[in-house]
Design a protein around this ligand. Structure first.
Ligand code: SF4
Length: 432
């Protein structure tokens, strides 16, 4: 059987060709699904962030996966194949949260993680009796994650070529986040031998550990960092601010070769953090955490969100000033987004505050609910202003001027160009 797995690109919805540059990561989720596929099937992967889907191909089965912003494009792709009689299966966060909606466009939905379910679905399909819904009753063990099929992807197309997942889940449950709903609050860890073996096979580095909280299980993180020298490559990953509770872990990560961490600060207001279930972020400790990371040579990519209840029009400037004062190496800013399946979505829905149902606008750059403290237009304009300011060369120099490394310089340069392109595009399109 010929199986084609497709990662739809939100920007291609309705034929748009909006591209800001090469994609960051290869589609790891689909590379793992491909590895789960029994060997007697032929699998291919199309990642629309790197190439368009050829609408004339004729596989026996198509699999699509999508986060919410890409769901309309996933449905567009699925509708096209089904119109030609080719069955389509959908998995991923959006279809798992809204399976009934997805089933209007596809033949079957995989709810939750693919391990076990995908093999069952293929066996049923082979036997001519695919069910509409495949759902786990518990989270599969992380030991069932196979090495990803890198051979199906041209990694030269990506900025960060070598991707790997060591853990799944997060012990926390921030109200806006899909991770603990989809992967659970128990952090499941892959066997260390599997991780080290997979990372050791990469032809280069650094390795991107696509984990939601690489230090969320401190004992596991300690063992992982202790063994990472066997890989002989640097790495970067994502971690919560709670790593400050075990500062020796930060040093161990640096000694193991950690060059950067993505950290979800989200807000510089304790009151706002409490409202989104992120009380464990201690605003007064942010600068200490950033300094500790910098002292051991780890760059900080900080995430901040706007539109939380309590934010006002001054929040943008205060956040930009904080990013500069604390010397955040790379800032990622977004508008709070009530993604389906999250507690935030239910809260805003109950309060009658969700005003946007076009999923393509659930991308973190559009306001999809009625904010308090400012209008939706001011919220979007504030996001644009923060990006423009923080990626001006003067702000970049204030943030990283004293610690320029090739990595930090390269990433800020990419952001500087992409932000300029994005804002030109947004400002050129009314309501864009
Ligand atoms: S700490 Fe990060 S990954 Fe974990 S629930 Fe909160 S936002 Fe999600």
């Amino acid at each position: 059987m010929e199986i084609c797995l497709i990662a739809p690109e939100a920007a291609r919805f309705r034929g748009q060709e909006h591209r800001l540059g090469p994609p960051l990561f290869p589609p790891l989720g689909l590379m793992i699904v491909a590895a789960l596929t029994p060997e007697h099937h032929n699998v291919s992967i199309i990642d629309e962030s790197a190439e368009p889907t050829d609408p004339t191909i004729e596989p026996d089965l198509v699999g699509v996966t999508a986060m919410t912003a890409a769901a309309p494009r996933a449905y567009e792709v699925a509708d096209g194949f089904r119109a030609r009689g080719i069955p389509v299966v959908m998995g991923g966060m959006h279809a798992s949260a809204l399976p009934d909606e997805a089933l209007e466009h596809v033949d079957a939905v995989v709810i939750g993680e693919a391990e076990g379910l995908w093999q069952q679905l293929l066996a049923d399909f082979d036997a001519g009796g695919m069910r509409p819904v495949y759902r786990h009753t518990s989270f599969p063990p992380a030991s069932s994650i196979p090495p990803a099929r890198r051979d199906l992807i041209d990694t030269r197309r990506y900025i960060a070529k070598y991707v790997l997942q060591a853990t799944r889940g997060c012990p926390f449950a921030c109200s806006f986040c899909t991770v603990s709903t989809f992967f659970g609050r128990t952090l499941r860890t892959r066997p260390l031998d599997d991780i080290i073996a997979e990372a050791s096979r990469f032809k280069g580095g650094p390795v991107s550990l696509i984990d939601d909280n690489i230090m969320g299980h401190p004992a596991f993180a300690r063992e992982l960092f202790a063994r990472w020298s066997e890989v002989g490559k640097s790495f970067w990953s994502q971690a919560s601010t709670t790593m400050l509770n075990a500062p020796e872990l930060i040093t161990q990560a640096a000694n193991a070769g950690c060059k950067a961490l993505f950290v979800g600060f989200e807000s510089i207001s304790s009151a706002q953090l409490a409202k989104v279930g992120k009380r464990f972020n201690v605003v007064e400790k942010y600068e200490e955490l950033i300094k500790r990371l910098h002292d051991v040579g780890i760059a900080v990519a900080g995430s901040f969100m706007f539109g939380l209840d309590g934010d006002d029009e001054d929040t943008f400037e205060r956040t930009a000033e904080f990013a500069e004062r604390a010397q955040i190496d790379v800032g990622q800013f977004s508008i709070l987004t009530p993604l389906p399946g999250t507690r935030l979505q239910r809260e805003l829905e109950d309060a009658g505050r969700i005003v946007e149902r076009d999923w393509s606008r659930y991308d973190g750059t559009h306001c999809t609910f009625r904010p308090v403290g400012m209008t939706a237009e001011k919220l979007e304009a504030g996001l644009h202003w923060v990006y423009e300011r923080c990626y001006s060369w003067s702000s970049i120099m204030r943030r990283v001027g004293r610690r320029i490394t090739p990595l930090v310089w390269m990433v800020n340069g990419i952001y500087n160009r992409r932000v300029a392109k994005w804002l030109a595009d947004v400002r050129g399109q009314p309501g864009g």
